[in-house]
Ligand binder design. Structure first.
Ligand SMILES: [Zn+2]
Length: 454
């Protein structure tokens, strides 16, 4: 259905900085400007955007939707990454049923849409020797039901290795043959290769250093490049990655990644908190990107990734919320707000600017995912965007309204949003689910989960 959005307070667009109106048809933006008139045939639905600012749909480049039901687990509240992994996500995930995974994914995607996100990369790692396909199908189905653009980063561990969580909870890893067999299945059923894809598969071993082998990683990199897929993983969230890489392979972690064919413009890593000059140089030289996840890094006491020197050297920067078990807000807008602030605390008031941070959270994230048709508001781009309602008391004193949602942070109200030209939030309500019913389903599922987990 064609839409005309009219009379916004402001629109974040480099191509059309003065626009207040957006026309869209067949999933794409067809016109931007001021005082656009509705089509004479009356076919367009006109949306009044008075009191709203419009951002490109935000692009979350690192999430773990399964963790949306594991917020604030008491045992992990004051633990660092290694212990927290064992006592929170790895303790629970072997007991998560496909039904509960579906509710967790809907909850996490609901939180994404509610904060203005239209593309979500989920690093889904709930695979072990006896995994059934319905666990992964639950994630695809949840995205389908809510209409969000989904990039499924297919995690895997092919050995227990130095992963405390796997060893402690008796999780049997997949064989590399299982990984490829199962990925073939996903590739055939879900992956869309085009630049306007709604569904994307990414090859994403959960940890390069702790739960794989050099051979398995090289085979996965070759598989990805053979099929035109991107590569993703966690790297250097904490110093233990570097320690283990030296001990096991006699290499810096970043050089080990390179030896395993895991650097390049088709690769991005979550975290990279412990990046020194050598790491930043290798990332910049190869075009490898980062999913910067400041909330999770603060919450687990891991540190702050040096994205300012990275950006200066040309490393592609994007932002992710990380899983909600270590980033309880589940809001990409809040993540951007923190990214804007935290580097100023460290490097001074001109370390970041608002436009730059908003680009990290939209255009630059989309490019890292290979979805260049989204993340920007311009004629011809995909119609993925969010209308934030700033006609509320907390925004009334703001002198730079375009930046109000990002500057003021949560709670933000997304009044409407569109993915691929389809409305996914209408009058403040996420379409495709009943909030009260979702809460009841999640609570019931969590009760059952707690009974299964000691
Ligand atoms: Zn993560």
């Amino acid at each position: 259905m064609p839409y005309l959005i009219r009379n916004a307070v402001a629109v974040f667009s480099e191509a059309h900085p003065d626009a207040t109106d957006i026309r869209l048809r067949d999933g794409r933006i067809t016109e931007m400007g001021r005082q656009l008139l509705p089509a004479e045939d009356g076919a367009e639905t006109v949306i009044d955007a008075r009191g709203c600012v419009i951002y490109p749909g935000l692009v979350n480049t690192h999430h773990h939707l399964a963790q949306s039901i594991l917020k604030g687990i008491p045992e992990g509240l004051n633990q660092g990454l290694g212990e927290w992994l064992a006592s929170v996500p790895y303790r629970f995930w072997p007991q998560i049923s496909p039904d509960l995974m579906y509710h967790a994914a809907r909850l996490g995607l609901y939180e994404m849409l509610r904060s203005g996100t239209t593309t979500c990369a989920d690093h889904h790692y709930l695979y072990h020797r006896d995994t059934t396909p319905d666990m992964e199908d639950a994630v695809w189905q949840a995205a389908e039901d809510l209409g969000i653009r989904l990039v499924l980063c297919r995690g895997n561990a092919v050995e227990k290795g130095s992963h405390k969580g796997m060893a402690r909870h008796g999780i049997e890893p997949e064989s590399i043959d299982q990984v490829f067999e199962r990925m073939d299945h996903t590739l055939a059923r879900h992956h869309q290769p085009g630049p306007d894809a709604m569904r994307r598969l990414v090859v994403a071993p959960t940890s390069l250093i702790h739960s794989s082998t050099p051979e398995a990683l090289r085979e996965q990199a070759a598989y990805a490049r053979r099929h035109g897929l991107r590569l993703h993983s966690h790297l250097l969230e904490v110093a233990f990655d570097e320690v283990q890489a030296r001990e096991k392979y006699g290499l810096h972690a970043i050089d080990y990644a390179e030896q395993c064919d895991f650097l390049g413009p088709d690769v991005w890593f979550a975290h990279l908190v412990q990046s020194d000059e050598h790491v930043i140089d290798r990332l910049a030289a190869t075009g490898t990107g980062i999913a910067h996840c400041p909330t999770s890094n603060c919450r687990l006491g891991s540190g702050v990734a040096p994205v300012i020197p990275m950006a200066r050297k040309g490393v592609p920067i994007s932002v992710g919320v990380d899983g909600s078990a270590s980033s309880e807000s589940g809001s990409l807008l809040q993540e951007l707000n923190l990214a804007w602030l935290i580097h100023r605390a460290m490097h001074g008031p001109d370390a970041t600017d608002l436009s730059q941070v908003l680009h990290w959270g939209s255009r630059d994230g989309a490019r890292l995912l290979g979805l260049e048709q989204t993340g920007e508001l311009a004629v011809g781009k995909l119609a993925d965007f969010a209308l934030y309602d700033i006609d509320q008391p907390r925004f009334a004193g703001v002198h730079t309204p375009l930046m109000a949602p990002l500057m003021c942070g949560e709670p933000a109200t997304v009044k409407h949003s569109f993915v691929n030209g389809q409305p996914v939030v209408e009058d403040g309500c996420v379409k495709g689910l009943d909030e009260r019913q979702l809460v009841a389903e999640v609570r019931q599922g969590v009760r059952t989960l707690l009974q299964r987990v000691s």
